[in-house]
Design a protein around this ligand. Structure first.
Ligand SMILES: *Cc1c(COP(=O)(O)O)cnc(C)c1O
Length: 408
């Protein structure tokens, strides 16, 4: 009975939620009871299937190669500018949509360390997402740099004072995530960037777990370079092209290592030597995936309509709800809380640890409840503010509780 009351309460929160109507913009899948993994792969918009079909039929099929002269050439930068305005707090000409996050991170880090050729250290988070650590290991091996990993508590992340203590005259770059992929801890970008700059180092931020959920002010925070993912809170679809931001004042001196014709000043001049585009296009290499950019463009229109501050407000309410229900229902069953308790320092997911979670996952999936799992024992509850309802969250957490009782 208690459970039914909680579902009714959650429904009332949905009724009072000013963003609840936007849920209908996403493709409905009756079999899914609770989708709590929108921070790994966002849901498609309901217009996405027809949008993709139309692109293939009319613009590709109908216009063929002429499409490149009819907008495709400018599409990566047009989307980048929209992303900058709607999501990143970045003026035009500094953001472009291109390769995967991993590849763009490589390009951005190489461009950052090339600005400081007399320095040989890179500061990073020891617990960052694997691709970030692996890319940095590769760059360090390639260029003979030393990596300086910062350790953070299990339920937290890197703090500005740690960075201030770690940077010095040998630091070429500081490479960190804004929102930690496991704990959801928010690192203070402005304070870290200031500390790095005071030591003469360049900053590179990974915004994968914040873009589309947590407001960003890249220009105001004086960020040098940033990359991020577009298939999480930006709902671009599996493998959707990522983005890179580079501060306008740095652009003329930034050199990225994969010099391809699409990043050249005059791609069709078929010239002898590579001359980089003067602007953000220099971060392109080969032909960008126009097809894969379509869902992202649609999601940006939706975010523009709603406004990122309203998205953040709902995100805070959703994570606070999850924390309350954890305290009441899951903590007594032995789960441990692995995210910041302060909503100001928390992104749009919460993680609970319990040794039984891994074995429970197939049973949850069979019930139509889809959370995320992070080794060794973390259940990550991803709350995508425009597509997640309070009722869905409540039903998902009830399923987790029931399975935990069974497992106990
Ligand atoms: C999701 C994520 C990525 C994704 O990288 P891909 O190249 O798209 O596979 C990178 N970094 C972080 C921190 C992420 O959370």
């Amino acid at each position: 009975m208690q459970q039914a009351v909680a579902v009714d309460d959650a429904r009332r929160l949905d009724e009072a939620d000013p963003l609840s109507a936007f849920r209908s913009r996403f493709l409905a899948v009756p079999e899914v009871v609770a989708y709590l993994d929108g921070n790994s792969l966002g849901r498609p918009l309901d217009r996405t299937p027809e949008g993709l079909a139309g692109l293939a039929r009319d613009r590709w099929g109908g216009r063929l190669i002429r499409g490149w002269d009819e907008g495709w050439m400018e599409e990566p930068q047009r989307l980048g500018d929209d992303l900058g305005r709607i999501v990143l707090g970045a003026g035009p000409g500094q953001t472009i949509v291109g390769d995967s996050t991993s590849v763009l991170l490589y390009k951005a880090v190489r461009a950052a360390v090339a600005l400081r050729p007399d320095r040989d250290e890179v500061v990073l988070a020891g617990g960052d997402f694997p691709t970030d650590r692996f890319v940095l290991q590769g760059v360090a091996d390639e260029l003979g740099l030393r990596l300086v990993p910062l350790e953070a508590p299990h339920d937290g992340g890197v703090e500005a004072d740690q960075v201030a203590a770690a940077v010095g005259p040998r630091t070429a770059a500081v490479v960190l995530s804004h929102v930690a992929y496991r704990s959801a801890h928010i690192t203070d970008v402005s304070a870290v960037t200031a500390a790095a700059h005071a030591a003469g180092a360049v900053t590179v931020w990974d915004l994968s777990h914040s873009a589309g959920a947590v407001p960003l002010r890249l220009d105001e925070w004086e960020v040098d370079l940033a990359v991020g993912c577009s298939y999480k809170y930006l709902n671009g679809g599996p493998g959707a092209p990522a983005f890179v931001y580079a501060r306008a004042s740095l652009l003329p001196s930034l050199q990225q290592p994969i010099q391809g014709w699409m990043g050249a000043a005059e791609p069709f001049a078929m010239g002898e030597r590579y001359v980089a585009d003067p602007g953000i296009r220099r971060f392109l290499s080969g032909t960008p995936s126009i097809l894969a950019m379509q869902p992202l463009a649609d999601m940006l229109s939706l975010l523009d309509e709603v406004g990122i501050d309203a998205v953040r407000a709902k995100s805070e309410r959703l994570t606070a709800y999850a924390v309350d229900r954890y305290d009441a229902e899951l903590a007594p069953l032995g789960a441990r809380f692995a995210s910041p308790r302060d909503p100001q320092r928390r992104g749009s997911h919460v993680t609970f640890d319990h040794p039984a979670f891994e074995a429970m996952l197939p049973r949850l999936h069979a019930r139509g409840v889809v959370p995320d799992f992070r080794r060794p024992d973390g259940l990550r509850i991803g709350l995508s503010p425009l597509s997640t309802s309070f009722e869905e969250l409540e039903l998902g957490l009830q399923a987790v509780r029931e399975e935990l009782v069974q497992a106990g």
